[in-house]
Design a binder for this molecule. Structure first.
Ligand code: NAD
Length: 312
C-alpha cells in the first residue's frame, strides 16, 4: 500500500493557523475524555498544550455541562468555523466513524488509541488526513510512562536473544475490539524497543464463563530472535506488565521504575499533538511515527486473522 512510504506534507493548514489558538471539542466523556477536558482547561504552562481553547464537548448522552464545559451537538462541532480540532475519546468501535466525519469537515483530529480496528481503515484514514493537509494524531500515552522511558534507555545498544511481554488486566469493556487492537500499546512497546517484527504463530484461549481470554503471540525480530507477546484479561486480574528479556550480556526480569515526571501522561500527549499543529515536530519524526503505527496495525490485523481462522 502506498502509505508504507508515507510522505509527510501536513503543514499546509497548520502554517496558516500558526500563532493562533485552535478551538477544539472533546468527543466522548468517559475516563479518557474527562482527563482531556481537565487538561485542556488547565494546560501545561508555556507548552504547546496552551494553543487549544475548549469550545465544548460532544456526547451521545445528555450531559449539558461537564467541568463547566457546555455540551454541543455533533453537527455543530463539525460545522463551526471556530472549532478546528477534535479530541476523540469514545470507545474503539466508533473511532473510525468520528475520525472520517471530522477530517471530512476539515478538522484536525487527536484520537485515543487505536484509531481504527483494521489496518486498511487506519491506512485510509491517514491517507484522508494527508490529502486534506490535516493532522491525524493517535495517542500513545504508554510510550510516556516512566517505566517505558527507562526501559528504552536500558535496552539501547543491547543484543536481544529472546524476549517476552505479558500484559494482564480486567475484562475488556464492549466496544473495545479484538485483543490485538485494544492491546496495540503493548505491540507498540515491542516495536519501539526491538524494531519491526514479523508474525510467526499465535494461540487464543477463551473461557467466556470466567470472562477470561489469553492470546499468546510468537513474533520474530529482523535478526530472527523470538519475542512472545501475551495479552491476558480476566475478572479480578490486576493490571500489570511482566517482562523477561534475555540479551547477549544480561537478563531483565523486572520493569524499571523510571523517574516520575510532574507532567501527566495525557498532558504529554496533548503537548505532542499541539507541537504537530504548530509544525514544530520534525518531518522525519512524523514519518517514523506513522510507519510504526501502520506496522503495528498490520501486525495486529495479521494476528487477528490467524486467531479467527484457527478458532475451533
Ligand atoms: P470509557 O468506557 O470510560 O468511555 C468510553 C465511551 O463510553 C465514551 O464515549 C463515553 O462517553 C461513554 N461512556 C462512559 N460512561 C458512560 C455512561 N455511564 N453511559 C453512557 N456512555 C458512557 O472508556 P475510556 O477508558 O475513556 O476509553 C476511551 C478511549 O480512550 C478508548 O479508545 C481507549 O482505548 C482510550 N484510552 C483510555 C485510557 C484510560 O486510561 N482510560 C488510556 C489511554 C487510552
Amino acid at each position: 500500500m502506498k502509505l508504507q512510504n508515507y510522505t509527510v506534507n501536513v503543514h499546509i493548514k497548520t502554517r496558516r493557523l500558526l500563532g493562533n489558538m485552535f478551538g477544539c471539542v472533546v468527543v466522548g466523556v468517559g475516563v479518557a475524555g474527562k482527563v482531556r477536558i481537565r487538561d485542556l482547561l488547565t494546560p501545561l504552562a508555556s507548552s504547546a498544550a496552551e494553543i487549544f481553547t475548549l469550545k465544548g464537548l460532544v456526547s451521545r448522552r445528555m450531559l449539558e455541562e461537564v467541568q463547566g464545559v457546555r455540551q454541543m451537538p455533533l453537527e455543530e462541532a463539525l460545522t463551526r468555523s471556530d472549532v478546528q480540532v477534535a479530541f476523540i475519546c469514545t470507545e474503539n468501535t466508533s473511532h473510525e466513524d468520528y475520525i472520517r466525519q471530522f477530517l471530512e469537515a476539515g478538522k484536525h483530529v487527536c484520537v485515543e488509541y487505536p484509531m481504527a480496528l483494521s489496518y486498511n481503515v487506519a491506512a485510509e484514514l491517514m491517507d484522508q488526513a494527508q490529502r486534506k493537509g490535516l493532522i491525524l494524531h493517535e495517542e500513545h500515552i504508554e510510550l510516556f510512562t516512566p517505566a517505558f522511558k527507562q526501559l528504552k534507555k536500558d535496552v539501547a545498544g543491547k543484543q536481544l536473544e529472546e524476549g517476552s511481554l505479558h500484559f494482564t488486566g480486567g475484562p475488556l469493556k464492549s466496544g473495545f475490539g479484538f485483543l490485538t487492537f485494544s492491546g496495540i500499546p503493548r505491540l507498540t512497546w515491542l516495536v519501539e524497543l526491538f524494531g519491526e517484527l514479523s508474525f510467526k504463530a499465535a494461540t487464543m484461549d477463551e473461557q467466556p464463563e470466567k470472562k477470561h481470554s489469553k492470546m499468546t503471540v510468537q513474533l520474530l525480530t529482523k535478526d530472527q530472535k523470538p519475542v512472545t507477546w501475551t495479552e491476558e484479561r480476566a475478572e479480578g486480574l490486576s493490571r500489570g506488565k511482566h517482562i523477561h528479556l534475555r540479551f547477549s550480556t544480561c537478563t531483565m526480569t523486572e520493569l524499571p521504575v523510571g523517574v516520575q515526571e510532574p507532567v501527566g501522561l495525557f498532558m504529554q500527549d496533548t503537548v505532542l499533538f499541539g507541537s504537530k499543529l504548530q509544525g514544530s515536530v520534525p518531518p522525519e519524526q512524523l514519518q517514523t511515527e506513522m510507519s510504526r503505527i501502520l506496522h503495528c496495525f498490520k501486525l495486529a490485523e495479521e494476528i487477528r486473522r490467524h486467531c479467527q481462522d484457527t478458532k475451533a
